[in-house]
Design a protein around this ligand. Sequence first.
Ligand code: ATP
Ligand code: MG
Length: 664
Amino acid sequence: MSDEAGAEDVELEARLEEQAEFEPPESFVEQANVSDPEIYEEFDETWPNCWRAAAELLDWEDDYDQVLDDSNPPFYEWFTGGSLNASTNCLDRHLEERGDEAAVEWVGEPTDEANRTYTYEELHREVNEFAAALRDIGVEEDDVVTMYMPMIPELPIAMLACARIGAPHSVVFAGFSADALATRMNSADSEYLVTCDGYYRRGDALDHLDKANEGLESVEHDVESVVVDRLGDELEHSLAPNQHDYEELVTEHAGATVEPVDRDAEDMLFLMYTSGTTGQPKGVKHTTGGYLSWAAWTSQAVLDIKPEDTYFCTADIGWITGHSYIVYGPLALGTTTTMYEGTPDHPERDRLWEIVEDLEVTQLYTAPTAIRAFMKWGSEYPDAHDLSSLRLLGTVGEPINPRAWKWYYKYIGGEECPIVDTWWQTETGGMMVTTLPGVKNMKPGSAGPPLPGLDVEIVDTNGDQVEPGRAGYLTVQKPWPGMLRTLYQNDERYIEEYWEEYSDTDSDDPEDWVYFPEDGAKIDEDGYITVLGRVDDVLNVSGHRLGTMEIESAIVGVEGVAEAAVVGGEHELKGEAVYTYVITEDGYEGDDALRQRITESIEDAIGPIARPEEIVFTPELPKTRSGKIMRRLLEDIANEAELGDTSTLRNPDVVEEIRTKVQD
Ligand code: ATP
Ligand code: MG
């Protein structure tokens, strides 16, 4: 880098650092799917009928009679009387106009392997053939089919094949253990499994079928499975009698067409078990009409997806983000959705930027944890590629601190792409709180206002709204089409987990029912919501409630810090004390000078009350496979307690390493 460019860079950094609010770029607004600010008022006035707008994005077999049936809260029903098929909506209806356009663009991890492009025509054919195959092995309407697969094209094909025949799917993230698979199959009484021999991860061919088979040993009933051969000669397996080779099955049904099964709007489309970072896995039930219209509407309004786009979400389909925003939303809108098998740093740290350049990706949707890694690696990786095709950026999964937001904005978006920071959960089906990118200004660190038609309030423990700027609990006061309908075969736990806290559970008036996602948040004078993290992520230091997220944000704002996690450790006087774990950026030392700057930054941002008891520098943080920091373990370390379960960690070794440092 020349000195001049260096100076410009510093100036730009300084300018960005100051800036707290960003307007959507004019060029974006001009072409945005939603650009009329009136939408907020309009939706409020017409609620719940405003959600006809979402239903209208779909093709219905039978029209619905009622938008919302709220006669039995919290068991709400949407678009009742209507019927449709999700695979028809994602495939058949696009054939005439877009049959030859790419539906799925799949990028394998090995760089010498050609991309696999499926046009709508081809995807439709594959889905039909596999739907016929599933029927052939016995799958009937309403049977739950489990999928335990990595990011290979057969995963969305299998999901859509299930949707076609009205069999709900339950996708289990491929990185989960054999036990996790068995628990979920037992819980859902699932007698069918689609899996594969293995897959590539950072250049290695990983065995997957052994793990699947191990899981099957603990399943309490008989299971028919289908096995995709991803690795060919790299990995040989023999199949048991009730295991079918995917390719053989599909070849037997070459050219088959399967009439899509007419599904009631309220029929289950899929089950998704939440990752379980906070307890026993919960089988979240999503429906055909409400969920699909929610996925489609938010994809259109927030991700600004148009049919001619090449859209790229880096999540795994094993998470809800992949369900809603790799598969159902984008395909319902007839666009090209990108799937990448590998990790962003294989073979080099510019792999994603290479994909964006090659495919001319128009929207990129990723997670703060990835953005912080990119930031740590440095801007030379994105700088080496032409990213000018990008029009919009998104993040999801956890709060994004302003510094990472601005890095993303500048180095990936070239200051020309709006960023949507989208708050939502498995249970909400799709996005809930975020800016409409063609309408609202962005405030780094704040997800934004609730989407139009949503009634979100930040309340105190009594359920009363808190003043702007004060920490409280995020609640949703009115139902929405994409919401979960219940926990699979457990209505009681559904009420307990999500409603009891703020509802009058004896009432049948929907006004008395409030959905509680268990996240803390605060709201500003403009109605922008900053999500502070899970409520158990709020510390109580000498009677002051401090969000771990606010403290983390202050730490990550310090030059030289790449990532930070804050937890509470028991403290004799204060009740709880602030423990911080910090990863430095490449080229920075974790020394006392940096400790000093971190402490100052926290005191400036929050006050001396939040001054950390201990600052530990560590090369890594314990993370779940979905990329969430496992604070529970860091708390155990701070409290010198027995370490809890580490089996769902991506990097279990790091825990011991950190513990040694704390004890030093
Ligand atoms: P489990 O419910 O099993 O503990 P999980 O909550 O990690 O797992 P998800 O449904 O994938 O599973 O995650 C949703 C949670 O992620 C939200 O409740 C919130 O805490 C966090 N989250 C998601 N998006 C954002 C965002 N944009 N800003 C802040 N937090 C977010
Ligand atoms: Mg959750």
